[in-house]
Design a protein around this ligand. Structure first.
Ligand code: ADP
Ligand code: MG
Length: 346
C-alpha cells in the first residue's frame, strides 16, 4: 500500500469523484434526498419547528496543518469533526457535509483515498452524509474545505450573545492538551529532521497527540443537556482557547465574567508535560492553547441542579455585570484581566 502510487491524471477528476461516490453511496440518512452525482444535493425540508444551521471551515497546508506530522486520514477526520463541533455549539445535530478539495500532482489517488477514509470514519461515527463537494487542482499545497448542514429545534438553538449575569459558566472537558500535543509533535519533527533514523517517542504522550490529531466533537454533551431538559443560555466551541471564546461570549452578550483558576480542568499528563517537559505555564495552555474542541456554555442558575451531578460538565465560574469585567481569579485570590491572545494564523 505504501509503495502504490496512482497518478490522479490517470483516472481523471471524474474518475476520482466516482471513486469517492462509490465509498459513500449507501449512507443516506434521514432528510437527504439526493447525494453525490447531480448538479446539486437535495434535502427534504425539516420539521416545521426546526431551524437549519450551517457552517464551513477551510484548511490550508502550511497554515493549518503540516503533513510531516499529520497523517492524511487524521486530517480528513479532523476536518469533519471541527464542523460537527460548530453545529454542536449551536445546540444542533449535524446531518450532511460537503467536501471541497484542491490537489497538486504531489498527491496520488491513494493519498486522496486516505483523506476520504478519515472523512468516512467521521461520517459513520457522527452519522452524517457526504452529499457533494468540488474537486480542483492546486499549484502546490493541499486545500481541504468542509461545509456542514445541521438542524436544531427552534426553542433549543443556542447563540453566543445571550448569556446573562448570574449564569454558571461550564466547560465540557479538559483544556490545553491539544496545544501541548502540537508542541510535542513539532519537537519530534525537529528531532527527526536532524536524525532521520530517530523514531518518534510519542507513546507516553499519546493522549496529548490524540487530542491534537484526532479531536472529537462533544455531541454527547448536547445529548445529555437535552435529556436533562437544559438549554444553555449561550454556547461556543473552544477552537481558539478558553480566553478568546469567553471574551466572544462576554462581548457579544454585553456581560462580564469571573472564572476561577482552581476550577479549570487539565489532564494530569498535560500538566506534567507543560511543567516538567516543555516549561510552559499550564494556565497559559488552558487559556490560550487552541483546538480542544470542548464546549464552553452558560447555564441559568435555576437549571444548574439538573446537571450538577454530570461529571463531564465542569463549572468554572459565573457571568456578571459588564462593568465588573472579564476576570480570572487566581489561586492566590487575585483578580486578573483576561486578555484575548488567541491562536492566530496570521
Ligand atoms: P459540477 O460540474 O456540476 O460542479 P462536478 O463534476 O464538480 O459537478 O461534481 C459532480 C458531483 O460530484 C456533484 O454531486 C458534486 O457535489 C460531487 N463532488 C465533486 N467533488 C467532490 C468531492 N471532492 N467530494 C465529494 N463529492 C464531490
Ligand atoms: Mg464542480
Amino acid at each position: 500500500m505504501e509503495n502504490e502510487r496512482t497518478e490522479i491524471d490517470s483516472i481523471g477528476e471524474f474518475g476520482l469523484i466516482e471513486r469517492i461516490k462509490n465509498n459513500f453511496a449507501n449512507s443516506l440518512q434521514e432528510y437527504t434526498v439526493k447525494g453525490i452525482g447531480d448538479d446539486a444535493a437535495a434535502f427534504q425540508p425539516n420539521k416545521e419547528d426546526e431551524i437549519i444551521v450551517s457552517s464551513s471551515d477551510m484548511l490550508l497546508e502550511g497554515i493549518h496543518f503540516d503533513l510531516t506530522y499529520v497523517p492524511l486520514k487524521h486530517l480528513g477526520y479532523k476536518a469533519v469533526v471541527v464542523n460537527i463541533s460548530d453545529i454542536a455549539a449551536m445546540n444542533g445535530k449535524a446531518k450532511q457535509i460537503m467536501v471541497n478539495i484542491g490537489l497538486s500532482n504531489r498527491f496520488s489517488v491513494e493519498a486522496v483515498d486516505e483523506i476520504y477514509k478519515g472523512i468516512q470514519l467521521a461520517c459513520k461515527y457522527y452519522n452524517v452524509d457526504l452529499v457533494g463537494g468540488d474537486t480542483t487542482s492546486s499549484p502546490s499545497g493541499l486545500v481541504l474545505s468542509v461545509s456542514i448542514l445541521g438542524s436544531v429545534a427552534k426553542d433549543k438553538i443556542t447563540y453566543r450573545d445571550t448569556a446573562k449575569p448570574g449564569d454558571v459558566i461550564c466547560v465540557s472537558g479538559d483544556l490545553g492538551a491539544a496545544y501541548l500535543g502540537l508542541q510535542v509533535l513539532k519537537r519530534e519533527k525537529e528531532v527527526f529532521m536532524v536524525n532521520k533514523d530517530m523514531l518518534p517517542q510519542l507513546d507516553e504522550k499519546s493522549y496529548l497527540v490524540e487530542r491534537q490529531l484526532k479531536p472529537e466533537a462533544r455531541v454527547d454533551i448536547i445529548e445529555e443537556l437535552d435529556k436533562a431538559a437544559v438549554v444553555p443560555t449561550s454556547m461556543i466551541d473552544i477552537s481558539d482557547g478558553l480566553a478568546s471564546e469567553l471574551l466572544h461570549i462576554c462581548k457579544m452578550s454585553d456581560v462580564g465574567a469571573n472564572i476561577f483558576e482552581d476550577k479549570l480542568p487539565m489532564d494530569r499528563m498535560a500538566l506534567e508535560t507543560a511543567t516538567d517537559d516543555l516549561n510552559i505555564s499550564p494556565l497559559v495552555c488552558m487559556l490560550n492553547g487552541g483546538e480542544d474542541y470542548e464546549l464552553l456554555f452558560t447555564i441559568a442558575q435555576d437549571d444548574f441542579p439538573k446537571i450538577e451531578n454530570n461529571l463531564k460538565i465542569i463549572p468554572i465560574g459565573y457571568i456578571q455585570d459588564k462593568s465588573l469585567g472579564v476576570k480570572l481569579i487566581s489561586r492566590a485570590n487575585q483578580s486578573i484581566d483576561i486578555q484575548a491572545q488567541g491562536w492566530k494564523h496570521f
